[in-house]
Design a protein. Sequence first.
Length: 314
Amino acid sequence: MRVIRYRTCLRYCLLTLAICACSKDAAAPTPALREAGKLDDKPSATGAGVAISAPGLPEARSYPDLGAALIAIIPADARVIGFGELHARTDRAQVTSSLASFTRALPAIADQLSDLLLETWLVDPACGKAAVQATAKIETTMKRPEATKSEIAELAAAARAAHIQPHAMTLTCADYARVVARPAGAGSADREVDAVAMLTLTTRELTRIATSAVAHRDKQPSHRPWIAVYGGALHNDRFPDAAVAEWSYAAAVDRVTGGRFVEVDVIVPELAAGDPVMQRQPWFPLVGAPRDPARPVVVWTRGERSFVVVLPPT
């Protein structure tokens, strides 16, 4: 269900990698950049970020933690913020996930949020055993760690404690059958995850919930200004490749909000370092760059209202 950004791959590569979701050791945090005069101590216009300027590195800014970075980069007039991640997997580096880091940072922006949409679903008992089996098949195919379930629950609980309404996707019985289908001629037990169906379903649901939440809150005389969506970094893409644009909810939500959608990708460096697709991204040199211990979170601006936040190495 969770997916990652693939700007330079052909469509079939995207499908293969996306359904599986998205190591070398990152450099230890050191004061090397500051000592070498490669940090510009002038704060940014939007917060306490410090400019990073060093040969071989894209222009970026550094912050003391994820919460401070989010406060700095999210415009005050934002309406919906789409958070994207590279998903934790059982066959990748076992490190602190973006999901766990986001939960810890939630208090920094909680008083601005009315709703939090999560790229997950609760199994509908009315769909019976088929829904349970389909969900298990998807999790196995994605190599989803068991800890992800509890981390999602922890984020939802943190949202409720901050008076933020959490939302999950709604899957019909037909959706389960469509996503985990039996190939022609195969036995009843030989069902496979349909990558296209899963991506399409996820995009449908995130778009539906986000637009509905905006419409619902806008009818209220007083509401918190922001709505957050948390999921894979394909679906929140403001600047998608044509081959995968149909799986991003960003354009639809941007229209509904009058151009006030913001994209924020939260990247775990160990997961990016082990992914050849991520290694071709323009922000990738920041993954292994030395960090200032006082400001270990690095932000690269992709474009208007689009940001990549590279977390410190675990």
